[in-house]
Design a protein around this ligand. Sequence first.
Ligand SMILES: C[S@@+](CC[C@H](N)C(=O)[O-])C[C@H]1O[C@@H](n2cnc3c(N)ncnc32)[C@H](O)[C@@H]1O
Length: 296
Amino acid sequence: MRDLATNIIDLSAFRRPYVGNAASPFRYPGGKGFLTPLLSAELAKRFDGSRPNFAEPYCGGAGAATNLLLAGEVEQLFLNDADRRIYSAWRAMLTETDRFLERIMSVEVTLTTWDDALIRLYETSLPDYDFELGFATFFVNRTSRSGVVIGSGPIGGYSQEGRWKIDARFNREALAKRVRALGALRDQVTLSCQDGLEFCRELAQHQKLSSTFLFIDPPYVGAGGRLYYDGMSEDRHRDLANWLSAGNAPHWLLTYDDHPLVRENYSKFEQNLIDVGYSLSRKRSEKELLYRSSIS
Ligand SMILES: C[S@@+](CC[C@H](N)C(=O)[O-])C[C@H]1O[C@@H](n2cnc3c(N)ncnc32)[C@H](O)[C@@H]1O
């Protein structure tokens, strides 16, 4: 049986020059900043010292991608997320950096700002891009219990009587430093806002995928609808598996929640498990599946 062949990847075996999600200004449920050392080792094996492009079709907080960019290990980043809120946040940070920095320093970190921001995020018709939407997304991400999660309240609760208050994760200086550092590298980042598989297909048309690494961290099959504003149908998860199985991209690594559908979709690839330390308010540690293209 395939399951018996599952490898457990010991992440402590990889050098750890990066600290968690250090470069990304986001807190992210399921964020993969902690995989940076493993991804770095993977790039070294595959690209023999030359700097590849790095693409994240479901980028969220792009924890690993931004760590690798700042470390100078990748040439061009392609970040895509179907959620216009996330896209607007990235675009606002990278293309209106000074305005974003000014707002980080001046925004009142209060329940009123949190309420106003949340109302903006829940608007039914969202613009393609909007600075205010982007900043509201970032603000809610930094001041809510679980980052960008539907239904999670402000840090410290509505009464603000807890030990942690709403500004516990809003260290202005530290956040400004991250945004400034990424803003300075904006020429190396290409942003887009579309379905992840469409993004992969388009990338394949415009880039040489032989020099591009795809790090694919789709919304969870099991809890996707609960954690993120945008989710994926089971058919869409299958389409992605078919696209990868067809050999369209030579270099990819994929992480997923441990779900029977995922095990079935990727049964022809070597199956690995990794420990995922969640930094959500409900602290839990689970295993996720990890697959990767073979190295030819
Ligand atoms: C597991 S998170 C990615 C976390 C990211 N790797 C990190 O380190 O922060 C999945 C992301 O996929 C996005 N998403 C959901 N459905 C999508 C789709 N069909 N196409 C592209 N992105 C999608 C969600 O908005 C969410 O940001």
